[in-house]
Design a protein around this ligand. Structure first.
Ligand code: HEM
Length: 397
């Protein structure tokens, strides 16, 4: 069981992304911190975690892979945790690149286009249910299902196993953030599931990612089963809560900002800039790095063994880089956002994520152009490293 959160009195020295004020509305907190310190710090997780507050600091740290390593197991309240090894996100150079290259062809823009029809069909079926009823939950009944269906198609696995995937992901990412036993049990179950799928593909290969991984080679040698299973755990985990969060945040924005919603319905050609703006303004993903040596960076002395939270969402709201950074401008012309990260670990699934967002938002607006939050309803935002709305009760206008 997770301990109750001790309320934060000073986010500069004791930040916690599970504090209710942060979960509800982190943006004023970040703005206040920017005026006070180059980086915030907390002792609540591991042996201490830094929180950079600028686009430049986040980019510099992401690009210095010698000093800031991905070979570690995440952060946990009150100590380090063994989250396991999930390639390529937990690899540094030189191991990182060959593993990334083995997966990359599956996620290039041309490749992801072949999944358009299937993702669209899923969006259409799900939005119809909400439209027919006249109300529903845009997060629970819609946004959370789209990435599960997409990744099931890509892996060639049964989309009806979706509820099971979501339970695993909750246990690995949310519950598992503070309970290593729950997390390891879920990882073990995913690995056994993937091992069965790999055996099936070896007997009867298809065109899916699992078939690709069981037949591909690095330096003339096939990938061993342990490596493939670990890659597949990451594929399942990396693409679901993240994309669910971005689709959900976009729909929440459109439910609460009727001018933007009506403009996007009237001018669908704004979709591409609107999607980039939703990605920027509501960037969901924070990941961590382990400091490998004593270093002075952006005015802060870090020790070997410290951790840094890669606050891509904070960088995306940096007023030094984005005019009116806290405003959502759906036709924003300049948008160098870092929602997908920076450097060698930049999101491998960004083309797929963008396609899912495009289809999910366009299909929702086509079928339900007028909607708003249900009166007296509660929007729930997630805690922890991936931020997004987990309940968006709406009524159709
Ligand atoms: C809107 C949705 C998404 C967002 C905001 C997002 C964000 C990110 C970020 C910030 C990173 C960098 C991690 C780091 O620096 O350590 C990352 C890496 C990664 N993402 Fe995504 N992601 C999304 C969707 C997806 C999807 C759909 C997939 C695949 C199905 C995916 C697969 C990956 C993988 C495999 C990596 C690790 C790449 C590497 O280490 O080389 N992501 N993502």
């Amino acid at each position: 069981m997770s301990e109750p959160i001790v309320p934060v009195e000073d986010f500069a020295t004791d930040w916690d992304f599970n504090d209710p004020a942060w979960v509800e509305d982190p943006y004023p907190i970040w703005n206040e911190l920017r005026g006070r310190c180059p980086m915030a710090h907390t002792d609540r997780f591991n042996e201490g975690v830094w929180l950079p507050l600028t686009h430049q600091a986040v980019s510099d740290i992401a690009n210095d892979t010698d000093t800031f390593s991905n070979v570690h197991h995440g952060i946990r309240r009150g100590g380090t945790t063994d989250r396991g090894y999930f390639p390529p996100i937990n690899n540094d150079p030189p191991e990182h690149l060959p593993i990334r290259r083995a997966i990359l062809p599956f996620f290039n823009p041309k490749q992801v286009e072949q999944w358009r029809a299937k993702i669209l069909e899923d969006c259409e079926q799900r939005v119809q249910v909400i439209a027919d009823r006249g109300r529903g939950d845009a997060a629970v009944e819609y946004a959370q299902h789209i990435p599960v269906g997409a990744i099931a198609t890509i892996l060639g696995i049964d989309p009806d196993d979706g509820d099971q995937f979501r339970r695993w992901i909750r246990d690995i990412i949310s519950v598992g953030a503070d309970d290593a036993e729950v997390m390891q049990r879920a990882v073990g179950e995913v690995r056994r599931y993937m091992a069965r799928e790999m055996a099936a593909r070896r007997a009867d290969p298809g065109t899916d990612l699992i078939s690709h991984l069981v037949t591909t080679e690095i330096d003339g040698r096939p990938l061993d089963d342990d490596l493939i299973e670990r890659i597949l755990v990451l594929q399942l985990v990396a693409g679901i809560d993240t994309t669910w969060s971005s689709i959900g945040a976009a729909l929440w924005h459109l439910a609460t900002h009727p001018d933007d919603r009506r403009r996007l319905v009237a001018e669908p050609e704004l979709q591409p800039t609107a999607i980039e703006e939703f990605l920027r303004a509501y960037a969901p993903v924070n990941v961590t790095r382990r400091v490998t040596r004593a270093v002075s960076v952006h005015g802060v002395e870090m020790a070997a063994g410290d951790h840094v939270m890669m606050t891509f969402p904070v960088a995306c709201r940096d007023p030094e880089v984005f005019d009116a950074a806290d405003e959502v401008i759906i036709d924003r012309a300049q948008n160098r956002h870092v929602a997908f990260g920076v450097g060698i670990h930049r999101c491998l699934g960004s083309n797929l994520a963008r396609l899912e967002m495009e289809l999910a938002i366009a299909t929702f607006l086509n079928r339900i152009p007028e909607f708003e939050l249900a009166p007296d309803s509660q929007v729930e935002w997630s805690t922890g490293q991936i931020r997004g709305p987990r309940a968006i009760p709406i009524v159709v206008g």
